[in-house]
Design a protein around this ligand. Structure first.
Ligand code: ZN
Length: 132
């Protein structure tokens, strides 16, 4: 039983995000305020090391729309990030359906300091992430 618990702990991986990426998200969120900002997260499994802002993104105050077909083919999209100018870090129903098929999704919320984010898996369940 103890061996089983140990094994389970080892297998449980935690996502990490580069601090400079989180800082970029913060800067973009502030820049677009009071509109929403949205981008794709790029990287490898369990590591977020870049964001990609879709050029044709239309930012409205209530919702940000991104066109996935405009992302470069070489981009390794692993998830999404968008801001909530409302200050609420919870996903909307539309957010949860958008999260499907994306391994990791970040909501960065007002007032946009480095602790103003929540992270969700593809089911819309809150998960933790390490900043490295
Ligand atoms: Zn949202």
């Amino acid at each position: 039983m103890i061996d089983f618990l140990k094994k389970k702990k080892v297998l449980k991986k935690t996502w990490t995000i580069k601090k400079r990426v989180l800082e970029s998200i913060m800067e973009f969120s502030k820049h677009y305020y009071p509109r929403e900002f949205a981008a794709f997260l790029a990287g490898a499994s369990f590591v977020i090391d870049d964001i990609y802002i879709i050029p044709a993104t239309k930012n409205y105050s209530r919702a940000a729309f991104i066109k996935p077909n405009l992302a470069p083919m070489t981009l390794k999209v692993i998830g999404s990030v968008h801001s909530h100018p409302s200050g609420n870090g919870s996903p909307s129903y539309a957010d949860v359906s958008f999260f499907r098929g994306k391994q990791i999704n970040i909501i960065f919320y007002y007032p946009y300091d480095l602790s103003c984010y929540k992270v969700y898996n593809k089911k819309g369940e809150a998960i933790t992430i390490d900043v490295v």
